[in-house]
Write a protein that binds this ligand. Sequence first.
Ligand SMILES: Nc1nc2c(ncn2[C@@H]2O[C@H](COP(=O)(O)OP(=O)(O)OP(=O)(O)O)[C@@H](O)[C@H]2O)c(=O)[nH]1
Ligand SMILES: [Mg+2]
Length: 314
Amino acid sequence: MNLNWFPGHMAKATREIKEVLPKVDVIIEVLDARIPYSSENPVIGTIRGEKPCIKLLTKSDLADPLVTQQWLDEFEPSDLTLALATTTKQPEKIREVIKMVRRFYPTKAHGPKGVTAMIMGVPNSGKSTTINVLADRVIAKTGNEPAVTKAQQRIKLEQNVILYDTPGILWPKVENPDSGYRLAITGAIRDAVTESDDIAFYLIEYLLSTYPKLLKDRFHLETLPETPLEFIDTIGASRGSLRSGGRVDLSKISRILINEFRSGVIGRISLETPAMAKKERLETERRVAEKKAKLEEAKKKKKGSRQEQSEKKD
Ligand SMILES: Nc1nc2c(ncn2[C@@H]2O[C@H](COP(=O)(O)OP(=O)(O)OP(=O)(O)O)[C@@H](O)[C@H]2O)c(=O)[nH]1
Ligand SMILES: [Mg+2]
């Protein structure tokens, strides 16, 4: 399945972000706390330059607190980077962002122009929600689906901080298939462009191995089935998701499971740890390099055979 999703409005939004960037002092990079590695946009790394960045791990109420702490330790604070885990359950924690933005530019923060920050991140990661908390009023439209914000919005906050809200953006190609699945599971990729069964299978496989107790508790099971298919069969029957003939409605039960994960009712779950990310990053780099080498080899061969043909003609 192709898990890439880069519609026209995201290409445009990416261009507009690059245009406004020279006016921006601080980047607020919103990462979903359940997938801080997979929601990190490689494009930001390349366009950021030397700009200070605050990594916000949003929706931390849905993530495994122990793993979130590992991620905060991973994003060690430096002169140019700060990290903070936030949740709408603790708005006062979100408000710390303003202090952090000002801390990077103490002089400018008291000057006439103030400090400008830009909030960016993958779709549905909680950018507009964060802005509404910071502005203390509903200023940006929010919604539980990707691509709610379609255009950049400039907002003046108190304490001399100006903030840009931006549409959620992905990147043209998600090279790591695991990251594609995790972006789909958490709702950063529009459901209509993915297949719920495939995504639910990936999620169940991960939960069976990493959070078995949460699954047992949620679905009142004493022992867990070994495979995702058996698991779906078991809970499909108990949830009344049977088609005529007694077969489980795979798509229906898949969507139920994904929604239960997203709303947090299965429990607080992180889909990746720093250790997993390190391994996958290396593996992805290796795969991309291999692909590139193969492509170059094929190009060389093509060029060689063309040369041979023209020499024969001569
Ligand atoms: N559980 C939980 N949900 C949150 C939190 N922050 C935001 N959400 C929900 O996540 C969904 C997406 O929030 P938005 O603020 O619209 O996300 P966005 O990043 O602006 O999304 P786009 O504009 O589509 O890119 C909404 O349903 C919010 O209510 C949080 O801390 N915890
Ligand atoms: Mg938004």
